[in-house]
Design a protein around this ligand. Structure first.
Ligand code: NAP
Length: 282
């Protein structure tokens, strides 16, 4: 599995991680989701993404159960505070509650989930305090456009922004025009969420392009998609999969290298469109 520096953190992180939004939280499907998470870690997908919002804390709890007994220092665990909780005290409380639910001592990165109405400076101060207190190793943001990133950077006194987690898939590539160049220049990791989009590429002219590239590499179209989204040296992605076969398929994308011809063909089939309005998000 290819790994690369995660922004300024000094950590080498595998390019394919694991998302957990809408992970089943009860019954046999939850047990399978936990097996899938563990299998993913075994295959190198040690970057596990969650948020206090997911399953109302249930996702943080389920991850805690899934990783029990695994060496903590090998994992790279990210969680997020919801904007309505992101006052100074609220951010500290949200992080501490998340750690307690997961039964771990620290997160590797703690993010503001998206920008809300609470002044950014207040949230950034709290995130810096969490780093100082050892409750998270690094801090980051999500769904931030360039202007938000600039404001956050100004508000931070001691810590750099480690990552910006953003919507990025074949049908939504506008971050390549704005946020990716900014993040490259400022050493901020880009983490692509919802990498499979709405799956609309499975029934299109582009599907034939992906099929042909997949065949050429002995890979699957989904693996080609993940490899394309992580082709930039600052990019990572966090597909969510709740079954072992899906996780195994996704993990193998971490070893797939596309050549210039592949990238050009995908670029043509799934062009970057002009952004209308602000940064797209789910
Ligand atoms: P996604 O990862 O693009 O797609 C998830 C869907 O793809 C699930 O239905 C999953 O099925 C299916 N899938 C995964 N691997 C597959 C495979 N190999 N073959 C067939 N189907 C496969 O969408 P997402 O969950 O929206 O995004 C990923 C993660 O990003 C989230 O889980 C979350 O951690 C994060 N995220 C962050 C934000 C934010 O605002 N920061 C927003 C959205 C998402 P199964 O579950 O049945 O395996």
């Amino acid at each position: 599995m290819i790994a690369r520096p995660f922004g300024p953190t000094g950590r080498n992180v595998p390019i394919i991680g694991q998302g957990t939004w809408n992970t089943p939280l009860r019954g046999e499907r939850a047990e399978e989701a936990k097996r899938a998470l563990r299998r993913g870690v075994e295959l190198g997908m040690v970057h596990i993404d969650t948020a206090e919002m997911y399953g109302d804390g249930g996702s943080e709890r389920l991850i805690g159960e899934a990783i029990r007994g695994l060496p903590r220092e090998q994992l790279f665990i990210v969680s997020k505070v919801m904007p309505q909780n992101a006052t100074y005290d609220g951010t500290i409380r949200a992080c501490e509650a998340g750690l307690k639910r997961m039964r771990v001592d620290y997160f590797d990165c703690y993010l503001l989930h998206w920008r809300g109405s609470i002044p950014l400076g207040e949230t950034m101060r709290a995130l810096e305090q969490l780093v100082r207190d050892g409750k998270t190793r690094a801090l980051g943001v999500s769904n931030f456009d360039v202007q938000d990133l600039e404001e956050a950077q100004v508000a931070l006194e001691h810590e750099p922004i480690a990552c910006n987690q953003v919507l990025y898939h074949l049908g939504e590539r506008t971050i390549e025009q704005h946020e990716v160049p900014y993040c490259r220049e400022h050493d901020v990791a880009i983490v692509a969420y919802t990498p499979f989009g709405r799956g609309d590429w499975t029934d299109s002219r582009g599907a034939h392009v992906l099929d042909a590239i997949a065949r050429k590499h002995g890979a699957t179209p989904r693996q080609v998609v993940l490899a394309f989204l992580t082709r930039d040296p600052i990019a990572f992605t966090i597909p969510k999969a709740a079954t072992v076969p899906h996780v195994e398929e996704n993990a193998a994308a971490g070893d797939l290298r596309l050549d210039a011809e592949d990238v050009a063909a995908i670029d043509e089939a799934f062009p970057v469109r002009r952004r209308r309005g602000g940064l797209p998000s789910l």
